[in-house]
Design a protein around this ligand. Sequence first.
Ligand code: SAH
Ligand code: MG
Length: 229
Amino acid sequence: MDVTLTSASDGGSAQAMTRLDNLFDLARATTGFMPDNEGEALYLAAERAGATFGDSTFVEVGAWCGKSSVYIGAAAEKTGAVLFSLDHHHGSEENQAGWEHHDTTLVDVGTGRIDTLPHWRRTIVGADLELTVIGLVGDSPTVSSRWSTPLAFCFIDGGHGEEPAWADYRGWSPHVVMGGWVAIHDVFPDPADGGRPPYDLWRGALDSGEFVEDGECGSLRVLKRVRNG
Ligand code: SAH
Ligand code: MG
């Protein structure tokens, strides 16, 4: 793992380790778009945020079937934080029929639309994380525009088109407290590896002077707020 993140979980009780191993196993087995090593780095980044700010609040944008929710949820549970896991659960543009990341097993036969909410719920119930991971079902910009709770940690992995990605960054990053962290997924410096918008967000965050790099693993980039906008 090429992260600069270090785990505060080392030296935990045998029981705590078992719980974490269990959650990692569940996360690995959950349908989604998060390689195992990036998921563990995501856990470490969230755990650091939870340990730094007591009683804190996390948001993830883009939950799909709950894979990343379990990694972040594990960190929230360990540190006494609460994770609000946001998704309209109808999939992004790139998840729709005819696109690369479409999965016909996730289509609701009643509506003909993707519906990952039942899968997300099964994941969270199966992980016994219902008191720690709260689902927010709706459109990200609509929710962010009404949001007012300061965030210790925000994970951005929603729609990857230019408009939705920037809307997520502009809508959620202002809620991240000084010294808190934003993590962005699918940041690919080489355009041959993936779409531009997540990379552009990451660059924009650094160029703004509000955030500095503070950990990475694969396409996961972790940024720390050092200045208010
Ligand atoms: N983090 C997930 C993958 C997320 S895929 C994992 O670990 O597997 C991106 C998700 O963003 C999709 O589930 C899609 O429904 C959601 N999404 C896209 N645009 C959105 C919007 N405007 N509001 C809420 N969710 C959105
Ligand atoms: Mg992703």
